[in-house]
Design a protein around this ligand. Structure first.
Ligand code: OOG
Ligand code: NI
Length: 465
């Protein structure tokens, strides 16, 4: 067998995980089928324009997964598995405040960072880590028991981690090792048949369903997998027609006539899955848990820090108006707010520095010997260069909290009178032992590299910005 490169490992892992999850959660397969149908229809209707934010090959294979771990040690280990696949931690998300229910986790997303790698396969995993040290959720006694429980489990076998380290160091694996690595990696995220300790799970569940899902069992599992769709409103309609109960909203930006930006997501509700339960007397009974679901997303243009600040401001405005007019649909309020405040075209987003683009020489640029203008606006206006939007590769904390929350059984408890433990990207970098990268820096670097290339190709001495 020949050697398998990191991106091939990543693509194979995503595909096998998808296959495994489809067997465990059949409604996910329906979601993937309907997404494919919608994508084919959009491609037919819009032609090449449908591929402005990624080739149809990329979009069809595109998935994100979500997993949840309990400790910095487990997070370090999973980071080694993802490093083997060319996936690096990007972004810091604090969901403890973002959700109304108790979601005691901080998160990052592991993903490829390089443009070419993203184009090959953009598989990403939203990865959350439990925060037992946060006194708003856990008292000292429960924290001690929880940490002891987590310290005593092993999520990733040493053989998997050794193969992962080799793949990361050599940027490939020989065929046989690649096969073994993929088997072990997929296995690590399967739902374990081991009986769940009913009393312990229940104790944690009263605090937070997420805490129980993470710390109530001796293994981890993929929590959901998310295909990408080119028209999420249409997908929502078709899933509902098929009788699959969706959560009641599409999170993120509203459906509107302007450009698609950032990320829109929706999901079907977690389904009850049969799970063996161990009772306090040592017997095993059959029970069920409702933790795993399917989600779907539509991706738009990446916004700059300024663009993102505008997005967050509009979110606040929509909240305010929705509170004042409870009888009006939130989606209608949001659309009206966006039409008033959000630039309605890619050109305006670019001109106002609100979104990221890459720039290329236009093949139809003037060839009459005239000199190109030395500024980007002029180059665009006079047809020398052409702007291509950068797709948003990350997540939104408020939407993530909404996705967590819409799938939790109980509200759980959070004592808001206590001071929460502070975490940030630097803390998380220390915990993982790798830099948590800033998503804005990554987009900006990609944009700047393209501008430098254009300037070089046109023989301009000024820096374009
Ligand atoms: C993660 C929820 C966040 C998303 O797409 O925003 C997420 C989880 O449920 O563990 O996946
Ligand atoms: Ni998700």
């Amino acid at each position: 067998m020949s050697t398998i490169s990191q991106w091939q490992l990543r693509a194979a892992f995503a595909e096998r995980l998808s296959h495994m999850y489809g067997q465990e959660v059949p409604a996910y397969t329906t979601l993937v089928d309907v997404s494919r149908e919608v994508n084919e229809d959009v491609l037919r209707a819009r032609g090449a324009d449908a591929q402005r934010l990624g080739s149809i090959g990329r979009v069809t294979a595109e998935r994100h997964g979500a997993i949840r771990v309990g400790t910095p040690r487990e997070l370090q280990q999973v980071a080694r598995v993802f490093a083997a696949l060319g996936m690096h931690p990007v972004g810091f998300y604090d969901l403890r405040e973002a959700a109304a229910s108790a979601v005691p986790v901080v998160s990052t997303a592991f993903r490829p960072v390089d443009g070419a790698e993203l184009a090959r396969n953009p598989f990403r995993v939203f990865t959350s880590m439990l925060t037992p040290a946060d006194p708003r959720f856990f008292d000292t006694d429960l924290r001690t028991r929880l940490e002891a429980f987590l310290a005593g489990r092993e999520l990733f076998p040493p053989e998997l981690l050794a193969l992962a380290d080799r793949a990361a160091a050599e940027q490939e694996l020989p065929g046989e090792q690649a096969e073994r690595f993929l088997q072990l990696a997929v296995q690590a995220f399967e739902l374990s048949p081991e009986p769940v300790d009913k009393a312990w799970y229940g104790t944690l569940e009263r605090i937070s369903a997420v805490a129980a899902d993470i710390g109530g069992v001796r293994s981890t599992h993929i929590n959901h997998l998310t295909p990408r769709v080119l028209d999420i409103d249409e997908l929502y309609r078709r899933m509902t027609e098929r009788g699959i109960e969706m959560i009641d909203t599409i999170q993120g930006p509203p459906a509107w006539k302007g450009p698609d930006v950032l990320l829109r997501q929706t999901s079907f509700r977690a389904l009850a899955e049969p799970r063996a339960m161990r009772t306090p007397d040592g017997g095993v009974v059959s029970g069920s848990l409702r933790v795993r679901f399917g989600e779907v997303e539509a991706r738009g243009i990446a916004l700059t820090r300024e663009g993102r600040a505008l997005y967050d401001e509009l979110l606040g405005l929509v909240d305010e108006q929705a509170a004042q007019k409870p009888s009006e649909a939130r989606s209608d309020i949001a659309r009206a707010v966006w039409e008033r405040h959000m630039p309605g075209s890619e050109q305006e987003l670019a001109a106002e520095g609100l979104a990221y683009f890459t720039y290329r020489l236009d093949p139809d640029r003037p060839r009459d010997g005239s000199r190109p203008p030395a500024d980007l606006e002029g180059l665009l206006r006079e047809g020398w260069v052409h702007a291509q939007p950068l797709v948003y590769e990350d997540f939104l904390p408020r939407s993530a909290a909404g996705i967590f929350q819409s799938n939790l059984g109980g509200e759980g408890t959070r004592d808001n009178d206590r001071q929460g433990t502070a975490y940030d990207a630097a803390w998380l970098s220390g915990a993982i032992g790798r830099d948590v990268l800033d998503p804005f820096d990554l987009y900006e670097r990609q944009q700047n590299r393209s501008l430098a290339r254009v300037a070089r190709e046109l023989g301009l001495t000024e820096t374009l910005r």
